[in-house]
Design a binder for this molecule. Structure first.
Ligand SMILES: [Zn+2]
Length: 115
């Protein structure tokens, strides 16, 4: 018996249940925050974190992000407005540690000297 619990991308709770398929993607329901999300949302969360970090810590402007990610400027602004960082952390150093260990396995993409 293999029971895989997908973590909720919104509250990180693991009390999730499958809730049908929409557009060919599995949907899940989180019992903790009562939200429905799709399995693909995890990727988006990761992407938003990356975007947010570029914006906040690398001091990239919306215009630079627009070029880097080929997204509409308004979309980027909306993403940044909507995005809630996982933890309110005032020391950038520890945020970097969390990010490096947990989210990105791809340090090579980071330009040398940024950290
Ligand atoms: Zn949740």
């Amino acid at each position: 018996m293999i029971k895989k619990h997908i973590k909720c991308p919104l509250c990180r709770g693991s009390k999730t249940t499958k809730k049908g398929i929409q557009d060919g993607k599995q949907r899940y329901f989180c019992k903790d925050c009562k939200k429905v999300f799709r399995s693909k949302d995890r990727k988006k969360t990761k992407f938003l974190l990356k975007l947010w970090i570029s914006y906040v810590f690398h001091k990239q402007t919306v215009r630079e992000l627009h070029h880097a990610y080929e997204l509409d400027r308004r979309t980027i602004k909306k993403y940044l407005d909507d995005y809630q960082p996982p933890e309110k952390e005032h020391s950038p150093r520890s945020v970097h540690l969390v990010v490096d260990a947990t989210y990105f396995g791809e340090r090579k993409k980071t330009p040398a000297g940024v950290f």
